[in-house]
Every structure is written in C-alpha cells, then in structure tokens.
Design a protein around this ligand. Structure first.
Ligand code: ADE
Ligand code: ZN
Length: 342
C-alpha cells in the first residue's frame, strides 16, 4: 500500500449509506442458507460471486432480494450485522447509520421483532466492544404500495426507541416520491430523521421532487443532481448531504467507469458529498475500497479525502458536540504536528 492509501485507510470516517442486507457476503449466505435449509441458485460462494454481474439497479435488486431470503432467525440478523460492524470498525468507521429493509423479511413470514432484535443485539455489542457508534434507519420499499409501507411503519412504532430514521429505497424508476407523501408526513410527525434514495437511476427532477415532496434531510446517491444547475446551487446553499456510493454506481452502470464518476466535480462545486459502500458484498468493496478506487481514478488529493471524511460526520445525525469531536480527531490525524483549533 502507498502512503496515500494508508492515509485513506486510517482516516476516521462515518458511513451513512449502507444496507445491512447488502453486507451478506456469499460465504455467510451459503452457510446460513445451509443452516436454514434454504436453497440458493449457486452451488457455492465462488459461483455466487461470479454471478454478480448487473446491468442496472433492477437486475441487482432481483438477486439481492433472493439472497436475503436465507435470513430467517434472530441469530442470522445478529451474525450479519456484527460481521459488518467488525469490518467497518477495522476500516476506521467510527459511526454508521445503517439501513434495513424489513418488508423484504416480513413478506416472507419473518416477524419484524425477529429482524430488529437480531440487528439491535449486534449494535449493542459493537457499541460495547468496538470503537463504533450506530443508528438504525428503517427503509420502505418503494416498489410496494404506500399502504403496505404505512402498515410496516405502524407495526414498527412499538420499536421506535431503536429506530432513528425512515428511508426510501428499491426501484426508483416508476416509483416517484409523491407515492410516499403521507408516509413521510407521518415519519416527520413521529420525529424521525428522514432520508431517501433519489437521483441514482432517476434524473435531477427526481432529486428535486424528493426534496420538495418528502422534505428529507439527506439524499442517498443524488449523483444526477449535477444535470440541473439551479438544483446544484440550492444544494450547495442548503448543504443538504448527498451520500454517494462510487463502486455501486459502477457496478449498476450509473457511470461506465470510475474515471467518469462525477464525485470530484460534486466536491469541487461545494456540495456536501460523502463516500459510502451501499451493498458492499455485491459491489466489490467496503468503505475504504470505495474511497481508494474513487481517489485513484479521479486523482483526489489529501485535501479531498479530508473533506470527504469531514463531510461524513457533518452529514450524520450525530449531535453537534459529537460532530466537533470527530472533526477534531480528523484534524489531529491529518495534521499531527500542528496545533489544531476548531
Ligand atoms: N437497496 C439496496 N441497494 C439499493 C440501491 N443501490 N438503490 C436502491 N435500493 C437499494
Ligand atoms: Zn442504497
């Protein structure tokens, strides 16, 4: 490793766009599948990995939901979540805001309680044993109806003390934010943090309507905002964060190659962009691989990396005091011999 990749690997960072079901590595998927008697379309982990060639978001989602079906017991969700947290902590992730897709489990007859108890047990253990804090964001599947989303939302309310936010994911095309207006009104009334995927496969208009209709605090992906200058100006002024996922965007053909990714252009515009791994078991890398591959292809420099790491905490839902502590930690890391004041 060069000293620059070492620098990237070691910088304290937050991860804000991570689907826990997307961290199911083929080895764990095969092991849990065998344990639970769930058959998979792959003879082994290697064959699964080879099959992970996607043409777009939907082709990925089809495989992702099928693989998710191995998860049945509380122990499965616990094991999955703890494996991710160990990996994240080893890559200097100090804080993770983690998505989960309960409807992909309840639709298979798994109780919401089973899912959330398993995840929560791993979060508590990681908070105790690893240097990482966490928040949980419950995502609503946008290919399903708002009525089904509202049912999920109501069923989750007794577990509200474990849920920090409500998100919106799955197929963006054909499922506009307007479909979930009432659900997000409810989420605001209940005091949740709100975020939504937009501008991944959808264009700038999708980012605009998500902000105007759902009033979310962060946009997940958002890369297509760059097609609309007025929208970019507004996002720069408001500093509404965009949680970008470089490797995901390449694997799902949002960009043809990493050299064509617009992350650097977004940074140069002054947008509050962050780097995240989305579904690392499927896209070829966790957060450090995302930083390193983007930095290499786009010739990001030390200052860009520092800015991205700082943005990840600024864009988080941590308290101001915690944000300041992490920003200070980054300054100490990046400028060890200087007296830093913030
Ligand atoms: N669910 C898991 N990963 C996703 C992505 N990249 N976009 C939308 N929904 C998702
Ligand atoms: Zn995502």
């Amino acid at each position: 490793m060069s000293s620059f990749t070492d620098f990237i690997a070691g910088i304290p960072k937050a991860e804000l766009h991570l689907h826990i079901e997307g961290t199911l590595e083929p080895e764990l998927m095969v092991a849990i599948g065998r344990r639970n008697g769930v058959s998979l379309p792959y003879p082994d982990a290697e064959a699964a990995r080879k099959a992970y060639n996607f043409s777009d978001l939907q082709s990925f989602l089809d495989i992702y939901y099928r693989s998710t079906a191995v998860l049945i017991t509380e122990e499965d969700f616990y094991e999955l979540t703890l494996a991710y947290l160990k990996k994240a902590a080893s890559q200097q992730v100090r804080h993770a805001e983690i998505f989960f897709d309960p409807q992909s489990h309840t639709a298979r007859g798994i109780k919401f309680e089973t899912v959330i108890r398993g995840i929560e047990r791993a979060l508590v253990e990681a908070n105790r044993t690893l240097d990482i804090s966490t928040k949980l964001i419950m995502c609503i599947l946008r290919h399903l109806s708002e009525r089904e989303g509202l049912e999920m939302f109501d069923n989750a309310l007794p577990w509200k003390h474990w849920i920090a936010g409500i998100g919106l994911d799955s197929a963006e095309r054909g499922n506009p934010p307007e479909k979930f207006r009432t659900l997000f009104e409810r989420a605001h009334q209940e005091g949740f943090l709100t975020v939504a995927h937009a501008g991944e496969e959808g264009g700038a208009a999708s980012v605009r309507s998500t902000l105007d209709t759902l009033h979310v605090s962060r946009i997940d992906h958002g890369v297509h905002c760059m097609e609309d200058e007025n929208l970019v100006d507004e996002l720069v002024r408001t500093q509404i964060p965009l949680t970008v996922c470089p490797l995901s965007n390449i694997k799902l053909k949002v960009f043809n190659s990493m050299t064509q990714h617009n992350l650097k252009a977004m940074l140069q515009k002054g947008l509050c962009v962050t780097v995240n791994s989305d579904d690392p078991a499927y896209f070829g890398g966790y957060i450090n691989e995302n930083y390193i591959e983007a930095a290499t292809a786009l010739q990001l420099d030390r200052n860009d990396i520092i800015q991205l790491a700082k943005n990840s905490f600024i864009a988080s839902s941590l308290s101001t005091v915690h944000k300041q502590l992490y920003l200070k930690e980054i300054d100490h890391y990046a400028f060890p011999t200087e007296q830093v004041t913030i």
